[in-house]
Ligand binder design. Sequence first.
Ligand SMILES: *Cc1c(COP(=O)(O)O)cnc(C)c1O
Length: 380
Amino acid sequence: MSASSLEPVRFVDLAAQQARIRARVDAAIARVLDHGQYVMGPEVAELEAQLSAHSGAAHTVACSSGTDALAMVLMARNLRPGQAIFCPAFTFVATAEVVAWLGAHVWFVDVDAETFNIDPASLETAIAGARQAGHEPVGVIPVDLFGIPADYDAVSKIAAREGLWVLGDAAQSYGARYHNRRVGTLAMATATSFFPAKPLGAYGDGGAIFTDDADLAETLRSILFHGKGTSQYDNVRVGMTGRIDTMQAAILIEKLAIFDDEIEARNRIAARYSAQLGSHVATPAVPDGLQSVWAQYTLKLPQGTDRAAIQASMKEKGVPSAVYYAKPLHRQDAYSHHGIAGGELPVTDMLADCVLSLPMHPYLDEDTQDRVTEALISAL
Ligand SMILES: *Cc1c(COP(=O)(O)O)cnc(C)c1O
């Protein structure tokens, strides 16, 4: 059979995962339909308890999405105009979007060329720039891009010295390890996403916030329910509709049960990609002592490579690829008026031109993976 007569490779294969857990998911959904508590049903608290045990965080607050998870922490910290938040420009838009919602200043920080995560030296430059502009630095949002935890030791040290809090954007990294700790315990608060294509994905939108701060968890539970006090008709602060659906919580409980096994598979597949591709491209680097969950397997093409031509050639062989992120946030119209560390972000711009993400999911078999690597190598 010729390659072109094969079915196209899936970038993320949610169907393969569903086949594995379909009976348990059907039963979980049926239980919700039977008890009828579609909002704040018992599965929500059960999921939160399981996520706390899994991550090691003292408190887990499940919520409506990763974006809302980030926003609600900023609301809990009373972020307001005049204040400044620091985050990488090489990320999904939601990281900065929530800061703009509240009218605060975003300061875009450059990233490390190997890990794609926030560069501590650039963070220091950005903090100085913000102070010079008369903005009040209050917090930093490192992003665990593509599933690799950011350099929390370095970021926390700078944050402590400068009086900033740290909110981890772990939308792509839930389940990852940082030395002997898991994502969810590395910052004042950590936000994750259960968007279907994330490593731990629901069948719709969802998210969670992890914290060891009991008061913050309590405030978040109020914010996600219209700022409720003793009841939803007692409103002690401005909040929102930030709850997770019971149905999604029930589905996530079944997905969490196989998640550690899936993380192992993702790491096995990533190692195989790197072994096959290491002599052709710059394969992703995970720092010693860290374990990625491989939300994406993202490599760097050699300088001067025509990336669009590579993608087109791979696509002809039924192999999809993606570029995260071709247009970094400091170059987006909606964010171009915000602060930029040192006035330019050379590593971010370099990465935007040369990164390429390959199909990655726990059910990628070796034959299919060989099709991906052969398509890329022959395109090169
Ligand atoms: C997906 C993502 C988000 C937003 O999560 P949603 O659940 O889609 O709202 C935030 N930050 C990063 C880095 C993401 O990848």
